[in-house]
Design a protein. Structure first.
Length: 513
């Protein structure tokens, strides 16, 4: 893999302050926070950054309305507070979203919904998002796509997010603060030797083996957190993680309006229908227990049918499995709190510190959710603060992520500035760059004046110059990295464009070798 130059020559022979295992949202969030407090950080991820659970979410920054039913008030309060913080940190990746919850008497009673929404509005101070309201579906446009007997809905606010790019933005921020980021490096083995961790790494691209040492080891391996403890650290078998598969489908746009829907299913679960990539609707999620992460990487026909049936109980025009243009599945590593129903298992995080008097500390992260990753990282740093007397104070609540140094209302003016500066480059391409890269879009465009100046045009708003930027600065090394995580061009790009991208990346890799 071709790393950015600032990373390629990093000396791994020194002793790092912390080694973070896992490059999902929790791992990169911890690395970012720690590096900004003055720690020397190495992060290793066996695959692509955000390549598993963190890019397979429902793509929302939300408080978790349904968690109120399980009395998880602290988790909801923290998540609602973080919703505002993250929106300000990355307004190009996180956008406000209004959700409609159609009222169906057979699901939850109206009084329960009203109480829940009242709490949702008041558990944390709202600064930017509108509160809850009732909607008459006989006059609202959404009523035209719902069954005629559904005449009332409740509206509330949350945010949608580009989950994979949120991971990349945090990794970039960590690197900017001095962290060493190593995707496609598996930690084969880690052991304590007096007061240091000694870890063996394997580059999964070329098989190269290396050794590193660190003062503290952070196990943020997500679905692999227990596997890492049991195999890489050769600890006795334990099982404190519930692996629950969540699957999603993408279909042609169900509703042309800006609102998303949250449908209450008769089994007690909720299904989201979210506007996605302009032309589509994202529908999810399922809750299916699995035994291993490998079992949870593919959606099944039964899950697709479940999602279609759940949505069709509300829609006038049913959707079918044949309409699905894309699907994905990911495994959520939930802390096993003994609940039988996967939907009832807590989404809260648990931190476990193992710090023997004569050995190096190990901190393992169990559970967590996308919305609360920053607070989780702060909690991790609090746990290990005693081992680093010169540790700096918390800082991530107020510093924008790379590309996010703009006000939350600045996207339209920023787009207008790009259009004025680059009048011969198509507006949709400029808009896509702004969505993905925020203020960094200007640096990518550079001195370009025409579309041809951006190199080969693969289609779907993806050009060689942006791809080269993703390779050089965002640790992208495969077509999937580009098409499905750094962008969502895979939904739009025809086979010819994908083949051209493949050839371009192969040429870049051969030059870098």
């Amino acid at each position: 893999m071709a790393f950015p130059k600032s990373q390629a020559m990093t000396d791994l022979t020194r002793t790092f302050d912390i080694l973070v295992v896992g490059g999902g949202i929790n791992g990169v969030g911890i690395a970012c926070d720690a590096a900004g407090r003055g720690l020397d950080v190495l992060l290793c991820e066996q695959g692509d950054l955000g390549g598993c659970t963190s890019s397979a979410s429902s793509k929302m920054i939300h408080g978790g309305l349904r968690y109120l039913e399980h009395y998880e008030f602290r988790l909801v309060r923290e998540a609602l507070s973080e919703r505002e913080v993250l929106y300000a940190k990355a307004p190009h990746l996180i956008r406000p979203m209004r959700l409609l919850l159609p009222y169906v008497n057979a699901a939850r009673p109206a009084w329960m919904i009203r109480i829940g929404l009242f709490l949702y509005d008041h558990l944390s101070a709202r600064q930017t998002l509108p509160g809850c309201d009732s909607v008459d579906l006989k006059t609202h446009a959404a009523g035209s796509i719902l069954r005629p007997e559904i005449t009332l809905a409740f509206a509330y606010s949350d945010c949608r997010v580009d989950d994979a790019r949120l991971v990349i933005a945090n990794a970039m921020a960590a690197r900017n603060h001095g962290a060493t980021i190593r995707p496609r490096h598996r930690v084969l083995h880690a052991e304590r030797r007096i007061n240091r961790w000694h870890a063996t790494l394997k580059n999964t691209d070329n098989g190269e083996i290396s050794e590193v040492t660190s003062k503290v080891l952070i196990n943020a391996a997500g679905p692999e957190v227990e596997t890492f403890l049991n195999k890489a650290m050769r600890k006795p078998e334990a099982n404190r993680v519930r692996l629950v598969k969540g699957s999603h489908i993408v279909v042609p746009r169900v509703f042309d309006g800006p609102e998303a829907f949250i449908f209450q299913n008769t089994d007690g679960r909720v299904i989201f229908v979210i506007p996605f990539q302009e032309q589509f609707s994202l529908i999810g999620t399922t809750d299916v227990p699995v035994e291993t992460p490998e079992e949870g990487r593919q959606i099944t026909a039964a899950e697709t049918a479940y999602l279609c049936d759940s949505v069709n109980s509300y829609l006038r025009e049913p959707i079918t499995a044949e309409q699905v243009v894309w699907s994905y599945a990911g495994v959520r590593p939930l802390f096993d709190d003994g609940k039988n129903d996967p939907s009832d298992v807590t989404r809260d995080y648990i931190l476990e510190l193992d710090a023997p008097v004569t050995g190096a500390p190990l901190l393992s992260v169990f559970g967590g959710k996308l919305t609360t990753y920053r607070r989780l990282a702060e909690a991790v740093l609090e746990e290990i603060a005693s081992f680093f007397p010169d540790l700096g104070p918390p800082w991530t609540a107020h510093e924008p992520l790379p590309g996010g140094d703009m006000g939350i209302a600045d996207l339209p003016p920023r787009l207008a500035e790009l259009e004025a500066a680059y009048p011969e480059i198509p507006k949709p391409l400029l808009n896509g760059l702004l969505d993905r890269h925020g203020t960094t879009a200007n640096a990518i465009l550079g001195d370009a004046r025409t579309l041809g100046d951006l190199g080969e045009n693969f289609g779907a708003g993806l050009t060689a110059r942006e791809v080269d930027h993703m390779i050089a600065n965002e640790w992208a090394s495969t077509c999937d990295d580009i098409l499905w995580r750094r962008s969502k061009a895979g939904l739009h790009l025809n086979p010819e464009g994908q083949e051209a991208l493949k050839k371009h990346m192969a040429k870049k890799a051969s030059k870098a070798a």
